[in-house]
Each structure stands twice: as structure tokens, then as C-alpha cells.
Design a binder for this molecule. Structure first.
Ligand SMILES: Cc1cc2nc3c(=O)[nH]c(=O)nc-3n(C[C@H](O)[C@H](O)[C@H](O)COP(=O)(O)OP(=O)(O)OC[C@H]3O[C@@H](n4cnc5c(N)ncnc54)[C@H](O)[C@@H]3O)c2cc1C
Length: 468
């Protein structure tokens, strides 16, 4: 029977980062097992003709300039021993939050948010200042902190509800597993990641990050198996997991298991049906458009659009909410010259309604998602839709099929296990349902959970741990 010291389920960002740390902490036999044919999980890539597309990546959060202190992205690179330069990051031009009553712009220069906010909400600048000071002292990575409502907290800083809606909208749609609100700890992480540090994108898209992680992991002697889907986790006496059973019939024994597949999904693998956690309700459609014209170079990199007067972050009562969207221009970054314009349009969507469609209806409704996205970009950014040369549409069912996240819940369950601990002594959660979200969050999750649960006090691993 195959025997590993550590098995990591899932080759998404958290699984790859955890694999690297497991090897660096001195574990001899480490395996990552992945049901898909390539790595990346929710943030992978695919090829159509001569074009390569990212599945998920709009932007990398937490932009940092070399030498800046306490920046998560620099710390991640240091912990994984990946040179920061090799990410080849291009900075956003600027992003915008667009509501019916006005727009606020922000960029990787913190001052831009303050100036833009001041012109629309002059009476709220002092509140923003107080919030910024409060967040500077806030320990957002405290793993013991209970859920606190961000909407309730923000009433201590702002009078104008329109501003609260605007500030919340990008943070909700880029990282809340809860409907219409988010945990204040998560808000603090994302406020810093998006409004204070900002967006960038690797020159070669998400594949740059995946290839760097894979190369590092393999060079350390880690093994990775694709098309290797875990079917169940076997325990005796409920205290620890003894073996993993795969869909291909193989059974492996293992010391420790780190699971990145989600809380609900992991419980299901361990046959803990009675403990089933709530599945997340937030899923999305995403359209990708390619236009045969160069990017405008003056418009935003990302637009957080709401045609509603307040942030409508919940499962819509229709298949998708055409008046709530993220409109991303992934090749409109600084110092990038491209011949074609790429646009990605993301809408909140209702998984159950998509699930209940017949095949014919499904294809018809995907066409409506495409038309709604095109209308939005034509109306807001004047793109000539006759120049459309390629399009593709994902639905919540696509997310579920390719990543195994039930109900296509991109941000997982609203119930997070921040210390990764499960009722089984050798099974730990990493990634989405541990609670750190997005690419940077998932990398941090893999690193921090591996450090917490795989540390073995040999002289080498103590040295690695002390360097962090
Ligand atoms: C459309 C979209 C756009 C996004 N845009 C951004 C963005 O612009 N910026 C950003 O920072 N984040 C973005 N995200 C979020 C980000 O992609 C995720 O938060 C992050 O990648 C999650 O990583 P993870 O390792 O926790 O989980 P996952 O990526 O879900 O990894 C889990 C892996 O486990 C595998 N798996 C599942 N079940 C099994 C099984 N039984 N056996 C073996 N393997 C299994 C899956 O195939 C998957 O590869 C986006 C997500 C989506 C869907």
C-alpha cells in the first residue's frame, strides 16, 4: 500500500503553497493529489486556439514594492523562496466603484482613494481617516476572533450609507462567503489588500504563479498526481484518518492530510454526513470577451459596477443579476501593449436556478449572460461590439464541475475553521474554508496552516520556522 507522510488534497493555490512548506519543514514523502488535469483550482488557465485565458484571475491583491515592510505578498515570496521579481507584476492603472449616484476611483496610491472620496463625500474624510488608523492597529489574522458584522462596525465611522455601500461592494464581491455582509476580520484583510496595497497582475497571467509554485515544489522533491480524485477518507474509531481511497480504486496510507476542497466537501469525504456544514450561496457567472481593437489605455483596470443604489450581494432571485457586476480589463495594466482588448464581466448568480435548466435552456440562458455583459461594456466603455472576435461564458455549474466546490460557491461555506482543526487529529483544512480568500489569501492559508500543523521540531525545520 502506498504510504505518504503528508497528503494534500487539491492543487489550487493553497495546496501548492502548503506542499512547498511541507517539504521545507522536512517532511520526506509529500504528495499533492488533484482531480483535475492541471493545477490552479479556482484560479487556473485554459487554451482556446492561439489564446490562453485565465479561469479566474482578474487581479492579484496586496501589491507591494520591493523593500516595503510587512507586505503579505513579499512575505509569501520569502516563505516560499520564490523571487518576487519572477512574478513580473504589472500595476493596475486605476479602479472605479460605480453607483447610480456617482463613482469613487482608487489606485495603488492610497491618496487617490482619499481624494476621490473627498469630492463625493466631503464630510466623510475624517471617518475614513479614523477607520484607517483603527485598521492599522487591528490584528486581522487573529485565528480566534469570532464573526463581527462589518455593516454594524462601519456605523461607528461613517454617517452616509451610500459611502458604506460603495466601500463594501468591491470587498464583498471579491471575498465574502456571507450574503450582504462580511466578517470584520475579513473586511480588514481586504480593505488593506485592495484599497491600501492595490492590484497588479503577472505579465503572463495566473500561469506565471502556478508554474513558479510547481517548479519550486518539484525541485524540493514533492510529488504531484493529476486525475487523482479522492473518493473517501477512512477512519477507525473516529479519532484519526487512516487511509485515503481514490476514485481509481487505489488506497493510500498517510500521516497527515491537508484538505483544500472545502469544509462541506471534506466532511462528505470523511462520511461525516451529520456534521455537514452550510454550503455557501454565493456563485457567479463570468463572461470573457475579446475585441479586435487595442485596449483604451485610459479607462479603469477594474470597475465595480452597481446599477442598484445599494450593494446587492446575495443570491439573486433570477439566474443572474445583470445590474451588479465586476468589469475587468485584464490587459489594461500599466506598461502593457496588446493588440486585442480582453474584458471579463462577473455577475452574482443563482446556482439552484441554473441547476434546474434543461440543456437547451442552459445554452439559451448563457447567451443572455453574454448579451447582458456586452451591453454593459458597450454602454459604459463604448466598446464596439461588432469587433467581438471571441467569447466564453462560465456559470455556477462550470465552477462546480471544474473545482468540486458544491453549488459553485467560489468563496466556500460562510462557516470558516480559522485554525484548520477538524475532529480528526491528522486532518486539517486549508484554503477557502480555512478562511483566507483570493489568490494571496489561499497562498497565505497554505503556508500558515502547514507551519501550524506540520511543524516538526528538528533542527532544520526549527531554522525554517524561525526565519518567518
Ligand atoms: C471566476 C473567479 C474569479 C476570481 N478572481 C480572483 C481574482 O481576480 N483575484 C483573486 O485573488 N482571487 C480570485 N478568485 C478567487 C481565488 O481563485 C480563490 O479564492 C483561490 O484560488 C482559492 O484557492 P484554494 O486553494 O483555496 O481552493 P481551490 O482553488 O478551489 O483548490 C481546490 C482544489 O481541489 C481540487 N479538488 C476538489 N475535490 C477534490 C478531490 N475529491 N480530490 C482531489 N482534488 C480535489 C480542485 O480541483 C481544486 O484544484 C476568483 C475565483 C473565481 C472562481
Amino acid at each position: 500500500m502506498t504510504n505518504y507522510d503528508v497528503v494534500i488534497i487539491g492543487a489550487g493555490m493553497s495546496g501548492l503553497a502548503a506542499g512547498i512548506r511541507a517539504k521545507m519543514l522536512g517532511h520526506e514523502k509529500v504528495a499533492i493529489v488533484e482531480r483535475h488535469t492541471i493545477a490552479g483550482g479556482l484560479n487556473s488557465y485554459y487554451q482556446r486556439g492561439r489564446r490562453q485565458f485565465d479561469v479566474g484571475l482578474h487581479a492579484l491583491t496586496n501589491f507591494a514594492r520591493p523593500g516595503e515592510k510587512n507586505r503579505p505578498l513579499l512575505k509569501i515570496c520569502k516563505q516560499l523562496r520564490i523571487p518576487y521579481d519572477s512574478l513580473q507584476l504589472k500595476e493596475q492603472r486605476f479602479s472605479t466603484i460605480q453607483f447610480p449616484f456617482g463613482a469613487i476611483n482608487f489606485s495603488n496610491n492610497k491618496q487617490d482613494l482619499i481624494s476621490s472620496l473627498a469630492s463625493l463625500f466631503p464630510d466623510e474624510v475624517a471617518g475614513l481617516q479614523r477607520l484607517t488608523e483603527f485598521l492599522a492597529q487591528f490584528q486581522e489574522t487573529d485565528l480566534t476572533r469570532p464573526f463581527v458584522s462589518t455593516r454594524a462596525e462601519l456605523t461607528h465611522f461613517f454617517q452616509n450609507q451610500n459611502l458604506v455601500e460603495m466601500l463594501l461592494w468591491p470587498l464583498l464581491i471579491y471575498g465574502s462567503a456571507c450574503e450582504d455582509d462580511m466578517d470584520f476580520g475579513q473586511f480588514a484583510i481586504m480593505f488593506k489588500a485592495i484599497y491600501q496595497e492595490g492590484f497588479s497582475r503577472p505579465m503572463g497571467g495566473v500561469r506565471t504563479i502556478i508554474d513558479l509554485l510547481l517548479e519550486r515544489y518539484k525541485n524540493l522533491g514533492g510529488e504531484i498526481f493529476f486525475k487523482k480524485e479522492v473518493k473517501s477518507l477512512h477512519s477507525t474509531g473516529q479519532s484519526s484518518i487512516q487511509a485515503l481511497e481514490f476514485k481509481d480504486g487505489e488506497i493510500w496510507q498517510t500521516g497527515t492530510i491537508l484538505s483544500s476542497v472545502g469544509l462541506h466537501e471534506t466532511w462528505h469525504l470523511a462520511q461525516m454526513e451529520n456534521a455537514l456544514a452550510p454550503t455557501g450561496r454565493m456563485s457567479f457567472t463570468e463572461s470573457i470577451f475579446v475585441f479586435d481593437s487595442a485596449p483604451g489605455q485610459h479607462g479603469p483596470t477594474i470597475a465595480f459596477y452597481s446599477g442598484h443604489p445599494s450593494a446587492q450581494y446575495h443570491r439573486p432571485s433570477t439566474l443572474f443579476d445583470r445590474e451588479s457586476a465586476v468589469i475587468c480589463f485584464p490587459n489594461n495594466y500599466a506598461n502593457c501593449e496588446y493588440r486585442e482588448t480582453v474584458v471579463r464581466v462577473t455577475h452574482p448568480a443563482n446556482y439552484e436556478l441554473w441547476k434546474n435548466l434543461t440543456r437547451v435552456e442552459y445554452l439559451q440562458e448563457k447567451e443572455k449572460v453574454k448579451e447582458a455583459g456586452l451591453a454593459l461594456v458597450a454602454r459604459n466603455y463604448g466598446l464596439d461590439t461588432t469587433k467581438l472576435v471571441f467569447h466564453d461564458v462560465f456559470t455556477p455549474l462550470t465552477v462546480e464541475r471544474y473545482t468540486g466546490h458544491r453549488a459553485g460557491a467560489v468563496y466556500g461555506s460562510p462557516h470558516k475553521i480559522k485554525n484548520g482543526v477538524t475532529p480528526f487529529s491528522n486532518l486539517f483544512l486549508i484554503g477557502t474554508d480555512q478562511g483566507f480568500l483570493g489568490v494571496v489569501g489561499a497562498l497565505l492559508s497554505g503556508i500558515s496552516m502547514a507551519n501550524l500543523h506540520l511543524f516538526q521540531p528538528t533542527s532544520f525545520s526549527t531554522q525554517v520556522q524561525n526565519e518567518i
